[in-house]
Write a protein that binds this ligand. Structure first.
Ligand SMILES: Nc1ncnc2c1ncn2[C@@H]1O[C@H](COP(=O)(O)OP(=O)(O)O)[C@@H](O)[C@H]1O
Ligand SMILES: [Mg+2]
Length: 382
């Protein structure tokens, strides 16, 4: 274990993704440090620093005490990332890769250049350009703010440019009105996600493609592997994600969100370069969970196997929490009623719509696994 024991990984951001790296770090003998945005966050247990991740000197001070820097989110500005690299800090994923997860317009441009399958899209700077795109695409389209969106914030289905006119005025880049991304409204049968991990020295490992269900733009449920994905679909999804990881130079975990269209095409929706909600099932359902794999990858250690323990794993998010009663009581009820369920609590205060935990069930019979996971998650919601 020499070489791993005592190696320090610094995570920027104190949310639940940083929190779930902690048990993996303990198992690997890695010393995990977190730079949290504020006190009392989900990863507070490992947060020895609270500070502003947009401030280069704060981030540099934090980085000096660790061997590798990685992330809980993709919001660290490029100039801060560049300052780290210039100071000789190992940053994974690095700024050249991360910019494609930070900016959906850059991502669309690059994936199109690489010939990867994406929805029809355009960069629009005026209401007129947006209306032209909408009328050329059957009268509806999806408009996205290129930066800073998550959980469906910054994504809107529109039938006229006027519906997002305020976005043109609020998005300002370098003192000038910024552009928006517009995409065809994809007629999808379902959404999928393909997760892979890549080491700086090149090794890549892929988990099976999963099916994800979004409700109101927020991930609600994940089935691993995606039903009816054996064979070609699984190969295409893995190929697309591995190509992206290699061509964009991604290090660590890469999540590729995909659409399976009603006419059987696979299109890339967006990218995340960090552990992802669609990979939480792997903590309990795979030989190597995504948080362990991310740490191995950013430390350039050999990657772990990605085989599954059962035929199926189903993960259901716990969103919001109970309107009445204590969360502790709800956990006790879920545990008592569903002993096969793995319960994960992020230590966050319940708030409507907020991701405060998840449950995972693994087994060989899909209907039973789905039922158990939904029933256990229901204990937390009213
Ligand atoms: N072009 C599109 N066509 C149809 N639905 C879309 C399109 N783009 C996004 N969506 C829906 O909106 C959700 C959120 O969009 P996404 O770009 O992934 O934003 P976020 O960064 O909030 O996850 C997607 O999971 C999907 O359900
Ligand atoms: Mg998304």
């Amino acid at each position: 274990m020499n070489g791993v024991h005592g190696v320090r990984v610094g995570v920027i951001g104190g949310g639940q993704l940083a929190r779930m790296m902690i048990p993996a770090a303990i198992e690997l003998g890695v010393d995990l440090r977190v730079l949290a945005e504020q006190g009392g966050m989900s990863a507070a247990i490992a947060a020895d620093r609270v500070g502003d991740y947009t401030d280069a000197s704060t981030v540099l001070d934090f980085a000096r005490e660790v061997d590798v820097i990685t992330f809980d989110h993709e919001h660290v500005p490029q100039d801060v990332l560049r300052a780290l690299v210039d100071a000789g800090v190992r940053v994974h994923p690095g700024p050249d890769a991360l910019r494609f997860a930070q900016d959906k317009l850059l991502m669309r441009e690059r994936l199109s250049e690489l010939g990867l399958p994406v929805p029809d899209w355009a960069k629009v700077e005026t209401l007129g350009e947006l209306d032209d795109f909408i009328s050329a695409h059957g009268g509806a389209a999806v408009v996205k703010t290129p930066r800073g969106g998550y959980d469906g914030k910054g994504v809107r289905v529109v039938r006229s440019a006027a519906e997002v006119s305020e976005w043109f005025t609020t998005i300002v880049e370098d003192g000038r009105p910024g552009a928006l991304l517009v995409e065809e409204l994809v007629d999808f049968r379902r959404e999928l996600a393909q997760l892979v991990a890549r080491r700086p020295s090149g090794e890549v490992a892929a988990w099976p493609v999963v099916e994800t269900l979004q409700v109101g733009g927020v991930c609600s449920e994940v089935i691993a592997p995606a039903p009816r994905s054996a064979g070609k679909l699984a190969d295409v999804a893995a190929d697309v994600a591995i190509t992206i990881a290699e061509r964009l130079g991604v290090t660590g975990v890469l999540a590729v969100e995909l659409f399976e269209t009603t006419d059987d095409r696979i299109l890339v929706n967006e990218l995340a370069m960090r552990p992802h909600n669609s990979g939480h099932w792997s903590i309990d359902g795979s030989t190597t969970g995504q948080f362990e794999q991310h740490l191995r990858a950013v430390l350039d250690l050999p990657l772990g196997g990605t085989g599954s323990y059962g035929e199926w794993s189903v993960m259901v998010n716990v969103l919001g929490g109970p309107a009445e009663g204590s969360l502790t009581d709800r956990y006790a009820e879920a545990m008592a009623g569903h002993p096969t369920v793995k319960v994960h609590n992020y230590g966050k205060a319940p708030r409507p719509g907020r991701k405060i935990g998840h449950v995972t069930v693994t087994g060989d019979e899909l209907d039973t696994v789905v039922y158990e996971a939904r029933a256990a998650a229901a204990f937390f919601q009213d």
